[in-house]
Design a protein. Structure first.
Lengths: 112, 592
């Protein structure tokens, strides 16, 4: 724990910020793909799943992917309808969703 | 099958020599299948498709893989082999059945994946949604996702389309696996469902598409409906009003944690909205599944069908209103029309193609019969889980809704497949699922699975004479996309054509088949195509690909001679000259 926030929550939030910046700056070929997938799908999915009291590991893993993809679809579609779409905007939005989910999760974590 | 919310038990498993052997046989099977598929040369020239040209080591690999799976499934008195081994064998099966084409060519199969890449590309260029363009822009969710992922990751779009079938099937299996954890506690049955789901999945709907995405999200919703959102109804006391009211009110949630239920409900609502924004058909399937499960008393949030219906109506009347204006919802509905487009019109063509179509129907019928036998067996023992029966039967409600281009039966069988597979397990496994399989039953299972695998490869890759494209054909399409000025028409002989992935909005895309069907004779069709081009001020490019010709001939719409006459007629007209040619393609520039 660090000030009442668990390490996984802190690590998830910090990873989202750091990897979002790295994705926006750009990386060589396959690395860019891996980091972008993490920032856009896996990290937000995991942060959202951690808001749910899921005890079944398989369901948790499935929801991580499904929530990550569904959130990105919702964000991308909304940005297209609002004519403000850019992939960089989507990266920032998904990073923000991850951080906000981590903040919400931190609010439920009891200080040690 | 279980009717209460039982969280699966995780027991520690030890590795046994048998597990190692099964894993190694899986590896050998994969090597044999990949090596054999890699040896296939294009173009495939049999109307039976890939099954006619795959070398024998591929089939040895298929047999070995099914033997390894049954041995692993049989396991010992404590249960099947180690879960890592079972998982590995499922991965190998997916690569063998759904990745075969990957090892034959590096060009995605079929036309639609190319078109979907083009729509995502067009969205990226426009940076807005214009519902007036076509139906796809009324359900842009999946394409918005694809545009974002391709731009942010820098992945090659064609490679993404190439690998999409394997990735989609992995996603589907993950969801099916999660659903089964709530529907059965028997580990053998869980693994067998995944196996049958793969073997019975000939529908070829796993390419890069909104419907593949929709199927995944649909299965996740089902996992939540039979899991955290499940309800436990009391014993049914009859259809009298008072009995029904009491039965309904005495339901209780299967999950005792309100927080878990609320969170699961929020996820379902998000997934419903995303599905409704992404695909035209899947929302109806979601609505039918949610409604029938709720009415059976097996889903706790009773308002969910209403909410789902409201979202569906709202999407149709606002974001999809442009489509709705030109396509009234009941325009092509009805049972007779559905039968005509889904059955009658699809059973035709050359003898080989006809056989493929019949085998596809046969595979589906075999699985449904097995499922029916399994359902009867469970019912007699008083163990039939009504949710499984509902989820297997609910997709049939889609059939008369719309003809869906003659593909509705394919979609119905795909949506039902996980639950058909679960019911079929009851016919294939011993009465008491915890018992180890006898040698006799294990042998019968191997034979059944090998037959299903052959039917799967035949059905799934039965169109490869015309939906696997050679490098020469791709070179012709690339040349046309390079030569054609904006506004010009690009005309191919028939679907499928691997086009529209780059310049989706710049050209009018037509096929001769669409313009002239059903009469493709030179005398009738030639003037129709020629007049169409003459009215386009930017002119047109006309492509004759080997695969297009094969498509028309195989499906019985014309003959090789008739097709050659049509090309000869068109190439002899004023303003028509050859612009590109190679061994498998000819491109004509047509000026008005």
């Amino acid at each position: 724990m660090s000030g009442g926030v668990s390490r996984p929550t802190l690590a998830l939030g910090l990873a989202a910020v750091a990897l979002s910046v790295v994705t926006l700056v750009g990386l060589p070929g396959p690395l860019q793909a891996l980091v972008a997938l993490a920032v856009l799908v896996l990290l937000p999915g995991q942060a959202l799943v951690r808001l749910m009291p899921v005890t079944d590991g398989a369901l948790g893993a499935l929801l991580m992917v499904a929530l990550g993809i569904a959130s990105l679809t919702a964000v991308s579609t909304a940005m297209f309808y609002l004519t403000v779409w850019s992939w960089q905007g989507c990266v920032v939005a998904m990073g923000a969703i991850t951080v906000l989910a981590c903040v919400a999760r931190a609010g439920t974590e009891v200080p040690a | 099958m279980i009717s209460t919310l039982e969280l699966p038990e995780e027991t520690k498993q030890r590795w046994k020599p048998r597990d190692i052997w099964c894993a190694l046989v899986g590896l050998v099977s994969l090597a044999l299948a990949v090596g054999a598929a890699s040896a296939v040369t294009l173009p495939v020239t049999s109307d039976l498709g890939l099954v006619a040209v795959l070398p024998w080591p591929f089939w040895v690999g298929v047999v070995l893989l099914n033997v390894a799976f049954v041995v692993a499934l049989r396991g010992d008195a404590t249960g099947p082999a180690h879960r890592v081994v079972m998982l590995w064998l499922v991965v190998v099966l997916v690569l063998v059945l759904f990745g075969t084409a990957l090892f034959v060519t590096d060009v995605p199969r079929g036309e639609v994946a190319f078109r979907h890449l083009g729509i995502a590309d067009a969205l990226s260029d426009m940076q807005r949604v214009d519902p007036g363009i076509d139906a796809y822009f009324n359900w842009p969710g999946f394409f918005a996702l694809l545009a974002t992922l391709l731009a942010a990751t820098g992945l090659d779009p064609v490679s993404v389309a190439l690998w999409a079938p394997v990735l989609n099937v992995f996603l589907w299996l993950a969801a099916v696996g999660a659903v089964m954890r709530y529907l059965t506690t028997d580990p053998r049955r869980r693994w067998l469902v995944l196996w049958i789901f793969c073997l019975g999945n000939w529908q070829d709907q796993d390419y890069l598409s909104p419907q593949a995405f929709g199927v995944f999200l649909y299965l996740v919703i089902v996992a939540l409906l039979v899991g955290p959102l499940a309800a436990l109804p009391p014993k049914f006391r009859g259809f009298r009003r008072a009995n029904l009211a009491a039965w309904w009110q005495e339901r209780r949630p299967a999950d005792s944690r309100p927080g878990h239920r609320v969170a699961a409900l929020a996820v379902v609502l998000l997934l419903v909205v995303v599905i409704f924004a992404s695909h035209q058909l899947t929302p109806f399937m979601v609505l039918f599944a949610i409604t029938t499960l709720t009415l059976s008393g097996r889903v706790w949030p009773s308002q969910l069908p209403l909410i789902t219906a409201v979202v569906l109506v709202l999407w149709f009347v606002y974001p999809a209103s442009a489509y709705l204006a030109g396509h009234p919802p009941i325009e092509d509905a009805g049972f007779q029309g559905a039968v005509a487009t889904n059955v009658v019109e699809r059973v035709g063509g050359t003898p080989g193609h006809l056989l493929v179509v019949q085998l596809r129907v046969g595979l589906t019928v075999v699985l449904w019969l097995l499922a029916a036998a399994g359902a009867v067996r469970e019912w007699r023992r008083g163990r039939l889980d009504i949710r499984v029966a509902i989820l297997a039967a609910a997709p049939l409600m889609l059939f008369p809704v719309q003809s869906y281009g003659g593909e509705m039966l394919i979609r119905v069988s795909l949506f039902a497949l996980p639950f058909i597979a679960l019911l079929a397990c009851s016919a294939l496994l011993p009465t008491d699922g915890s018992l180890r399989l006898s040698i006799r039953r294990a042998t019968a299972l191997v034979l059944t699975f090998v037959v299903l695998a052959v039917l799967n490869v035949t059905g799934r890759f039965g169109n490869t004479e015309y939906d696997l494209f050679s490098d020469s054909e791709m070179a012709a399409v690339t040349a046309v996309q390079r030569l054609a000025p904006p506004g010009s028409a690009i005309i191919s002989a028939a679907h499928p054509t691997p086009w529209r992935d780059q310049t989706y909005l710049e050209h009018q895309y037509r096929t001769i088949d669409d313009l002239c069907s059903p009469d493709l004779s030179a005398g009738t069709c030639g003037p129709i195509v020629y007049n169409f081009v003459r009215h386009n001020p930017q002119g047109a490019f006309l492509m004759f690909l080997r695969s297009s010709e094969a498509s028309i001939v195989l499906q019985g719409e014309s003959t090789t001679e008739g097709f050659a006459e049509l090309e000869e007629w068109l190439s002899a007209q004023n303003g028509v000259r050859l612009a590109f040619s190679n061994a498998e393609a000819r491109v004509y520039r047509m000026t008005p």
